[in-house]
Design a protein around this ligand. Structure first.
Ligand code: NAD
Ligand code: UDP
Length: 387
């Protein structure tokens, strides 16, 4: 496997060691899986949790035994961090609080996690001349320019007013009272710091801006493998509703638009970044699927149809209900109206394009959700409530 692999310029790819921070999360688990099954690289996997990568860590049974080593640590306070970064050729930082329900209810934790906790990672990479791939977010774009135009303005249809370009689009956030933007703002500042480390100190970096990557192992199902009062991202919220045969909750009418990309497509892009440093260094990349745009309401309707197909259960008569954002998320919530990634830079640098349609990615994801959770949910529902 190792000898036959070449990069985009035809050069043989040498095995490297990757320090992956946040490896136990949704994206980390898929990236570790890809690196173990398709590449010769070694991963130092850092996280507080490892439930989502347990299957990769089984001693002896896996052919990649010895190429992935888990280090349980919290990067907020662990003196091992610099040593692990030094041992690696490349650091990938995925660690973050990145669930919208936390941005307005735990703004301090959100800002610390996305800015303060990332600082030592950037510093150690810069001081030790180590390459860094940092995970930011499409949310740094905030709201589109178009959403400030009158509703009937023809300019709203002009892509100039809504397509999000890494090197041109402004970052437009709401007021400070709208604490939703604590996450985007912290991510923006760490991007600026990384960019400045590159410009002033020669840090070799790549910044990734994911646009709603979804798939198996994303977040948790409340009351089954996460807190019963927890509010995960929309895929897990809607999966939870479908599994429990409850109507899906549409926040503020489900009018916001998103483009969803299958995690496996997105991971292909990250692997290209890892293995083509000369093409990826110094760049910020949108990674999304502009062809998969829907409103949240349309997403709910499609998930209802797909779930019915994979589970064999008929959809509820009333499949959705409306809920206000204040009721669902509390004070200080706000929303991105529309997120369409411009793909020019990633196409030019890495020749990458997403493949999977929204229907197909929902079908494989909901098949997984049904297989993994349907029985567990039945047991939770059947449990008598303690009086
Ligand atoms: P995730 O929550 O599943 O994974 C994050 C992981 O980081 C978790 O396993 C968590 O335990 C770990 N972590 C957090 N703080 C830590 C700390 N102090 N020390 C050690 N580990 C810590 O989230 P994800 O969806 O995999 O996202 C990964 C990255 O991508 C994040 O930076 C996020 O902001 C970014 N992102 C993801 C999406 C998406 O569509 N999934 C969209 C935009 C941005
Ligand atoms: N949303 C919703 N119902 C839910 C969960 C989320 O209508 O049960 C909406 C949310 O208000 C937002 C969109 O779905 O408009 C996507 O939310 P998500 O939490 O996935 O993250 P975001 O894309 O906002 O970062």
């Amino acid at each position: 496997m190792a000898s036959s692999r070449v990069d985009l310029d035809g050069n043989p790819i040498k095995p490297i060691t990757i320090c992956m921070i946040g490896a136990g999360g949704f994206i980390g688990s898929h990236l570790c899986e890809k690196l173990m099954t398709e590449t010769p690289h070694t991963v130092l996997a850092l996280d507080v949790y490892n439930d989502k990568i347990k299957h990769l860590l089984e001693p002896d049974t896996n052919p990649w035994h010895g190429r992935i080593n888990f280090h349980r640590l919290n990067i907020k306070h662990d003196s091992r961090l610099e040593g692990l970064i030094k041992m690696a050729d490349l650091t990938i930082n995925l660690a973050a609080i990145c669930t919208p329900a936390d941005y307005n209810t735990r703004p301090l934790d959100t800002i610390y996690s996305n800015f303060i906790d990332a600082l030592p990672v950037v510093k150690y990479c810069s001081e030790n001349n180590k390459r860094l791939i940092h995970f930011s977010t499409c949310e740094v774009y905030g709201k589109t320019i178009g959403c400030f135009l009158p509703k009937d303005s023809p300019l709203r249809k002009d892509p100039k007013y809504y397509v999000l370009k890494e090197d041109e689009s402004p970052c437009i956030f709401g007021s400070i009272e709208k604490q939703r933007w604590s996450y985007a703002c912290a991510k923006q500042l760490i991007e600026r710091l990384i960019y400045a480390e590159g410009a002033e100190n020669g840090l070799e970096f790549t910044i990734v801006r994911p646009f709603n990557w979804i798939g198996p192992r994303m977040d948790f199902i409340p009351g089954v493998d996460g807190p019963s009062e927890g509010v995960p991202r929309v895929l897990a919220c809607f999966s939870n509703n479908l599994l429990r045969r409850e109507p899906l909750k549409l926040v503020d009418g489900g009018e916001s638009q998103r483009t969803f990309i299958y995690i496996k497509d997105a991971i292909e892009a990250v692997l290209l970044m890892i293995e083509n440093p000369a093409r990826a260094n110094g760049h910020i990349f949108n990674v999304g699927n502009p062809n998969n745009e829907v409103t949240v309401r349309q997403l709910g309707e499609m998930m209802t149809q797909v779930y019915s197909k994979v589970s064999g259960e008929p959809p509820l008569e009333k499949a959705t209900i409306d809920v206000s954002s204040k009721e669902f998320y509390g004070e200080g919530y706000d929303d991105s109206d529309k997120r369409i990634p411009d793909m020019t830079i990633i196409n030019r640098q890495l020749g990458w394009n997403p493949k999977t349609s929204l229907w197909d990615l929902l079908e494989s994801t909901l098949t997984y959700q049904h297989r993994t959770y349907a029985e567990a949910i039945k047991k939770v529902i059947a449990k008598p409530v303690a009086s």
